[in-house]
Structure formats: structure tokens, C-alpha cells
Design a protein around this ligand. Structure first.
Ligand code: 0A1
Ligand code: ZN
Length: 850
């Protein structure tokens, strides 16, 4: 059944559930197209409300039978569930439904992937499994029996009993339905144990399909490291006898924190040196930590409703960022996170999809698993951390766990904990949750008689539905440097609360050079009238690694913007500064690699647009290419030595030290390939024994126009490995010449191993098309057309992934009239598709409304 007009849900409409549940028993009789789900649920009237209406969510279910206290329930079916007459006291609901996992290509609810059964219930997938109050504030202990002719049958919690063709599981921790999970298949485990600090031995298993056993070791270690870290840093212990992780090939997102049974996209857990890059290893370690950390921030304490999603996601992202920074390099992690934040979240905040960290309405909640909820949500926690300080932060967290364990909470609960733990009034701070858009912070300086004044002004532009913006609390970390490079005022946290505010520093003997927004202490765009001489000074002398990097980045942007808008040549001041940084052996190689990377084409487009210039993707592409070549030529004599000095000869380890060196070596290689037609890259390709080196060499060869041979060899070597082949698909589209990109993508879809039902493969091709800005925005319009063709096809198969990919079009307002018209045509074409999903309808409407 399709709605005439999709319903909009509002935060302000929240009402508590009429009934709570104190016990759930589920029996699954698995069959690919006719799985039976038998439920027995004990409902109790909710003492907190007088509402006694009974509604159960349910979608795409075939109801076989329904009873209340043993009598026919005679339910009334509605488009989204059912209602029934119920007693005004506790009662037992028993139902049997039939579902078809084998034909479930949306990958929500119970579905099949590569011969195995698995589930994805967040946010609202459980209603596709059985009739249930599918809302996170209804928490219950689950007992699950699985019957099926498969060797491994898993669910949440601890195993109770099992026999030939059946298994029973019991999860003692009350949980919302979105954390339910079931897995059944022919799976192999890599096992380990972890002893908690109170002495409980936890069995750990990482389950994979036969053939993938060689890729589990790293993930298992990452899990152990995460368990230990959460004990050491947050005092959080694991609370079951067993922790299972399962890798599945078909999955819409990265991974899912189901209680005791995490389900992972295989790309987010399987790793080996031969098949995974350093970046893959780091991402996997972070995602395993993220899902594990959810056990406390998400599962033990969950969200009252989906508007509160950032309560679990912002905090858990912040925690996984802390973890990675402890495991690896703090500055490198911070720089990478800010790069990601700016690329995804600032872009979102500046366009038609801008929304609050805590949204106030939605049509399809799956469309709000966004960079704003996750990454800006984490930045908000980071600001709280800086404002209250480390000690009070952990004191507040202890209070949060103690006060709210077992509850479904709101942002108000979270803020109240910080107010109670620190005595601060956080009323104004809370605006970070209720006001969309990235604040622009402008600073000017003044030097009067030994006093140095920093005058700040904050401004947030209107966003959809929010014309007026209030001043936010902005923690601004500042340090002051003398002209000899020494630090005269170490990092100090200024707390800005007004729209305009001045901070003064007395008793200085010379006018300092300021280093502002150290560590990127708030998610804002900083504007400061400065010059390249000062930027070069900060690049050389800033003691704050983030701002040191930021100075280099600002230099590069300035050079690129002038090349694009004024037609200037790459300037030698910049080239010298970059060279000096690259060759400075006192700096961490990973840092140097980051400092040498030019801003992305999308970042430049975003910067130009923000300064009132209509970006031309082709001009940006050309400028980046010219500048990279100029850097290569400027460093011609240094590159071979830089490459050699950073080439790791020891056996491959995916650690920070080695990966930093490889990153720097690969930066050198990519510059060198602009001068030697790919000769050095070919040598590296032929000798490579790990994916990091193999893939970077392959990229260099493709860029140098000499990739055909290596691409063929690569395919020959890896055709049996889906995850590696995803890289092969993606790279060709990502690195295609602008005029070819759409055709390269289209041609790849014609291969037998292009399967649009597999989100990883679809994203490999079309995520890469969106990630090739000059190709996607090519004046022919081919990029837009090809993308729309495939989004229309995918919508019927997998609405959720289609909707996420619609954001490729969310920057349309930046571009010239021709491009805007072409994009609108494609968006209208998508909107006109018969039976367009609710997910995509909402996305296209929001994007076009701008
Ligand atoms: N909670 C998961 C993310 C997730 C969300 C939705 C999903 O399917 C609709 C799947 C996973 C996390 O934050 O990792
Ligand atoms: Zn999460």
C-alpha cells in the first residue's frame, strides 16, 4: 500500500507508548520465501500515560493469526500496522506472520545475502519482521528460537540451548526492537576471549563466509583493543558472556551495533595486508570500536525517539575518534576528521539538506543518518569536552551512565547531566542541537599600547525553514606567537557567547601573531584577513599541529583560488614552503603527507561559492592538475630520495608508523609519476606485496595515462575478491578524464560482475562518479544523466541506498544556470518515476526546494 502523501513526523508530537513490554518470545521457521515468525509478547499498561490505544507497527507482513490472551484478536490492518481492542490490564499477544527474506532487496528487516539470513532493524526494520511497537522507547528482554537447516544460528544475548536445526537465545538486557538481530548461515568463526577487569571471560567470535577466514585477525584484535579502551577510559565493561560479529556482503551502511551480535558490511571488518589499504585498516578499527562502544552509548542507554539519534551517534563517534587518536596519532586523526567534516558536513550545512543536529521533523528517518547527526553531533560533544574540561567531562559521563542506564533518553537528559555535574547553565549551548548551519566566525586584531585585542563576530546564514539565527557558544582555542617563532601565550580557551565579542591580552612586549581556533576547537568557518607571509610563518612555527596544517592548507587554497579566478601562475613562495615542509624530517611522515595533499576539488568549489564566485568544475580540475605538476617540477630533485626514504622495507604492519611512511612515499610517487610517465609507479606496482602500495601505484599509472596493463593484471589477480574488485571498479570512474567519466561508469555497469543489488558495488561505481567532480559536472550533462538513470533503477531495488546517493545533487545551487537547469531536469525525472520510494521522494523534494 502506498500513501497518497507521505506522512511527516514531528518531534513536538511525541507521546509515550500506551503499553510497555516485559517479555518477548520469537520463533523463526526459516525458509527463503516463506519464513514464519511466531511472536508471544506480554504487554503491560504504561503507568506514565492514560492512553490505552493499541497500535503495532507492521509492513509487508502476511498475517496468519493473532490472539490476545488466547482469543482471536480480530485486528484492523492499517497501511503501517494494525490496531485491536485490548483489555485495560496486562495481556499476552500471540501472532504468526509470513515474510520473504529471499526477495527482500531493500536490506531492511530479515533478508538474504549470499546464502545467509541476516537482519537490519535500525531504524524501523523490525516492523518488517513482525507486528510490534517498533519505537526505541519500548525496551524488552528477548527470547529467540531459530529453526533452520543451516549450521550456524545466531541471535542476541547468550546461547540457551541448541540442537540439530535449531537454537535458542536469550538476551537479558531490555532493548528496543531496532537492536534485534538474527543470523543464519554456513559461517566460520575466528574466536578469541577477553577477560573484563572484573574477571568475566567473554567469548569473542568473528563470523565470516568460507573463504574469508584469512581476513579476520585484525578485526578481532581491534575488538579486544576497543573493549580494553572502554574500560580504561570510560570505565565501561562488557555485559554478556559472548560477543559476536558477523560479516555480510550486502549491507546498506557500515555496520550495526545489535546487542551482542554486531552485523558488519564485510568492507567494514574484513582485512588483510594483500587486500586492504592502510586507510581500510584504520577505518575498520574505527568502525569496530564505534559499534562496540554503542553497547553503552546506544544500547544500555538508548534514544527515546529517532529525533534523538545524535544522543547515541554523536557521542559514539566522539568516543571512536578519541579511541583512534589514542591508538594512532592525535593530530593526524584530528586533521583527517576535520577534512571529512568539511567535505561532508559543511557541504550539507551549506545546501538544501541542512538540518539540526537534532532534527525536528522527517518523513523517512533513514534519510537522517547524516554527517550532521554523526560528525557535527561529535563536534558538539567535543566542544562540551573543551568547555568543561577533561575531569568534569568524565564526571558527567559517569553520572550519565549511572542515572540513565536502562533508559531511553533525550538530548535534554544529556544536557541536564552536564549541568548537574558541572553547575554550568547550558541553555545557550543547547542551540548547537537546535540550530542548523555552519557559523562563520570573523576575527580582526588590534594592537594598542601593549594590549592585544581580538575582536570576533559570529554569523550563521539562514537554512531551510530557519531564517533567523541566534548566537552560539563557541569555544575558541587561541595561542599567540612572537616573531622569532616562540610561543608567548600558550593555548587558551576563549568562550564566545555574544554575536560580537572582544578578548584582550595584556602585558605583551610585541605585537603577536595569533594562532586561532587551534585543534579546530569548534565546527565553524574562520575568516581572518591575513597574508601568505603570515601563513607561511604559521606553517613553519605554529606549535599546534592542526593550525600548522591549516596554514599550509590556507596557502594552497589561496594559490588555487587565484589561479582559477585571476589566471595567475602557481607562486614560488608557496612551492618553497611546501617543499620545506615535505622535507622536514622532524615532522611525522603522516603529517607531512597530509600537509602536501591539495584541497579537494569539491572543497575548492565550496570555498569559491562561499566567497560569491560561481565555481567552474573544469577550471578547478585544471588548476589542481597544473598546481600538482608545478609542485612535482619544483621538487623534481627531491622526489626520488623522499620516496626511497619512506619506502617501508619491513614486513607489512597496519600501524600508524608504517602507514604514515607509506602515505608520504605514495605522495612522492604520485608527484614523480607526473614527470616520468609512470615509470616509478610501474616499478612499485610490479614489486608491491600489499594493497596500499599496489593501489597507489595503480592510481598513479591511471593518472599518467599508462594504467591499461596494470588494470588488466589487477583484474586477473583479484577477480575472485569482491572487496578488492570494488576498488578496481571505483578507481576507474574516480580517475577517469572528465569527458569520459560517465561513459566509464556506464560501461562498467554492463559487466556480469556489476550487481546493483550489492550496495558496495553500486557505490563503488556511482559514489566514484559523484566523487569525480569534473566528470560528474561535465558540461555535456552526461554525468548527471547517467547518475539519474541508475538512481531511478536502484530505487525499485533499494530505496535507502538510492536516497543516500541523491545527495550527489545537493550542491546544484552553487553552479551556473546551465548546470542548474540540467540538474533540475534530472531531479524532476527522478521525482516522476512511478511508485518512487518514500525515501527518495523526501530527498528529491528537499534538494529541489532550495
Ligand atoms: N547505528 C549504526 C548505523 C546504521 C544505521 C542504519 C542502518 O540501516 C538502516 C544500519 C546501520 C551505526 O551508527 O553504526
Ligand atoms: Zn553509530
Amino acid at each position: 500500500m502506498k500513501d497518497a502523501a507521505p506522512q511527516t513526523f514531528y518531534l513536538s508530537d511525541y507521546t509515550p507508548p500506551a503499553f510497555l513490554i516485559d517479555e518477548v518470545s520469537l520463533t523463526f521457521r526459516l525458509a527463503p520465501e516463506a519464513t514464519r515468525v511466531i511472536s508471544r509478547i506480554h504487554f503491560v499498561p504504561n503507568p506514565d500515560t492514560t492512553d490505552r490505544s493499541f497500535f503495532l507497527h507492521g509492513e509487508q507482513l502476511k498475517l496468519i493469526s493473532a490472539k490476545i490472551d488466547g482469543h482471536d484478536a480480530n485486528p484492523t490492518l492499517t497501511p503501517h500496522g494494525l490496531t485491536a481492542e485490548v483489555p485495560d490490564h496486562e495481556f499476552t499477544w500471540e501472532a504468526e506472520v509470513e515474510i520473504s527474506p529471499a526477495t527482500n532487496t531493500a536490506l531492511e528487516g530479515l533478508y538474504m545475502s549470499n546464502g545467509m539470513y541476516c537482519t537490519q532493524c535500525e531504524a524501523e526494520g523490525f516492523r518488517k519482521i513482525t507486528y510490534y511497537p517498533d519505537r526505541p522507547d519500548v525496551m524488552a528482554p528477548f527470547h529467540v528460537r531459530i529453526e533452520g537447516d543451516l549450521p550456524v544460528l545466531l541471535s542476541n544475548g547468550n546461547p540457551v540451548d541448541q540442537g540439530e536445526g535449531w537454537a535458542e537465545w536469550s538476551d537479558p538486557w531490555p532493548k528496543p526492537a531496532y537492536l534485534f538481530a538474527l543470523v543464519a548461515g554456513d559461517l566460520r568463526a575466528t574466536s578469541g576471549t577477553f577477560t573484563t577487569r572484573s574477571g568475566n571471560e567473554v567469548a569473542l567470535n568473528l563470523w565470516v563466509r568460507p573463504g574469508d577466514e584469512g581476513k579476520t585477525e585484525f578485526g578481532l584484535q581491534a575488538l579486544k583493543d576497543s573493549m580494553k579502551w572502554d574500560e580504561d577510559v570510560y570505565g565501561r565493561e562488557y555485559d554478556l558472556d559472548l560477543f559476536n560479529i558477523v560479516a555480510v556482503h550486502d549491507f546498506n551502511m557500515g555496520a550495526m551495533e545489535n546487542k551482542g551480535l554486531n552485523i558488519f558490511n564485510s568492507s567494514a571488518v574484513l582485512a588483510s595486508p594483500e587486500t586492504s589499504t592502510d586507510a581500510n585498516f584504520e577505518r575498520i578499527e574505527g568502525i569496530i570500536a564505534h559499534e562496540y562502544f554503542h553497547n553503552w552509548t546506544g544500547n544500555r542507554i538508548t534514544c527515546r525517539d529517532w529525533f534523538q539519534l545524535c544522543l547515541k551517534e554523536g557521542l559514539t563517534v566522539f568516543r571512536d575518534q578519541q579511541f583512534t587518536s589514542d591508538m594512532r596519532s592525535e593530530p593526524v586523526k584530528r586533521i583527517s576528521d576535520v577534512l571529512m567534516l568539511r567535505a561532508r558536513q559543511f557541504r550539507e550545512d551549506a545546501g538544501p539538506l541542512a538540518h539540526n543536529v537534532r532534527p525536528e521533523s522527517y518523513q523517512e528517518i533513514n534519510n537522517f543518518y547524516t554527517a550532521t547527526v554523526y560528525e557535527k553531533g561529535a563536534e558538539v560533544i567535543g566542544m562540551l569536552y573543551r568547555l568543561v574540561g577533561e575531569t568534569d567531562y568524565y564526571r558527567a559521563l559517569d553520572m550519565y551512565f549511572q542515572r540513565h542506564d536502562g533508559q531511553a533518553c533525550t538530548i535534554e537528559d544529556w544536557i541536564a547531566v552536564f549541568e548537574d555535574a558541572t553547575g554550568r547553565d547550558l541553555t545557550q549551548f543547547k542551540r548547537w542541537y537546535t540550530q542548523a548551519g555552519t557559523p562563520h566566525l570573523t576575527v580582526t586584531e588590534e594592537w594598542v599600547n601593549g594590549t592585544y585585542n581580538l575582536y570576533f563576530k559570529q554569523e550563521t546564514k539562514p537554512t531551510p525553514g530557519q531564517p533567523d539565527k541566534q548566537p552560539l557558544v563557541i569555544p575558541i582555542a587561541v595561542g599567540l606567537l612572537a616573531h622569532d617563532g616562540s610561543e608567548i601565550v600558550p593555548t587558551t580557551l576563549l568562550e564566545m557567547t555574544e554575536a560580537e565579542q572582544t578578548f584582550s591580552f595584556d602585558g605583551l612586549t610585541e605585537r603577536p601573531i595569533p594562532s586561532i581556533l587551534r585543534e579546530f576547537s569548534a565546527p565553524v568557518v574562520l575568516h581572518r584577513d591575513t597574508n601568505n607571509q603570515e601563513r607561511a610563518f604559521l606553517l613553519a612555527h605554529d606549535t599546534d599541529p592542526f593550525n600548522k596544517w591549516e596554514a599550509g592548507r590556507a596557502l594552497a587554497k589561496d594559490v588555487l583560488v587565484r589561479m582559477i579566478t585571476k589566471g595567475t601562475k602557481p607562486d614560488t613562495g608557496f612551492l618553497d614552503a611546501l617543499r620545506q615542509m615535505a622535507l622536514d624530517d622532524t615532522q611525522d611522515p603522516a603529517f607531512r603527507a597530509l600537509a602536501m595533499a591539495l584541497p579537494s576539488q569539491d572543497d575548492i568549489a565550496q570555498t569559491l561559492y562561499a566567497s560569491g564566485v560561481t565555481p567552474d568544475p573544469m577550471a578547478i580540475y585544471g588548476a589542481v592538475k597544473t598546481l600538482s605538476r608545478a609542485i612535482a617540477e619544483h621538487m623534481k630533485d627531491d622526489l626520488p630520495a623522499l620516496l626511497a626514504a619512506n619506502t617501508v622495507t619491513e614486513p607489512y604492519l597496519p600501524n600508524a608508523e608504517q602507514s604514515g611512511k607509506r602515505a608520504l612515499a605514495n605522495t612522492a610517487l604520485s608527484l614523480l609519476s607526473k614527470l616520468d610517465n609512470g615509470a616509478a609507479a610501474q616499478a612499485q606496482y610490479d614489486a608491491a606485496d600489499n594493497m596500499t602500495q599496489q593501489l597507489s601505484a595503480l592510481s598513479c599509472l591511471i593518472r599518467a595515462g599508462a594504467g591499461a596493463d596494470a588494470l588488466a593484471k589487477f583484474e586477473q589477480q583479484w577477480h575472485g575478491d569482491r572487496l578488492v574488485m570494488d576498488k578496481w571498479f571505483g578507481l576507474q570512474v574516480m580517475l577517469a578524464e572528465p569527458e569520459d567519466a560517465a561513459q566509464v561508469a556506464q560501461t562498467l555497469t554492463e559487466r556480469a560482475d556489476f550487481d546493483m543489488k550489492n550496495p558496495n558495488r553500486f557505490r563503488a561505481v556511482f559514489g566514484a562518479l559523484a566523487g569525480n567532480p569534473a566528470g560528474f559536472h561535465h558540461p555535456s550533462g552526461d554525468g548527471y544523466r547517467t547518475m539519474a538513470d541508475w538512481l531511478i533503477k536502484l530505487d525499485t531495488v533499494n530505496p535507502q541506498t538510492t536516497a543516500r546517493m541523491c545527495s550527489a545533487f545537493d550542491t546544484w545551487k552553487r553552479y551556473d544556470a546551465d548546470r542548474q537547469a540540467m540538474i533540475r531536469d534530472q531531479l524532476e525525472r527522478i521525482a516522476a518515476k512511478p511508485d518512487l520510494s518514500r525515501d527518495v521522494t523526501e530527498m528529491v523534494e528537499r534538494i529541489m526546494a532550495a
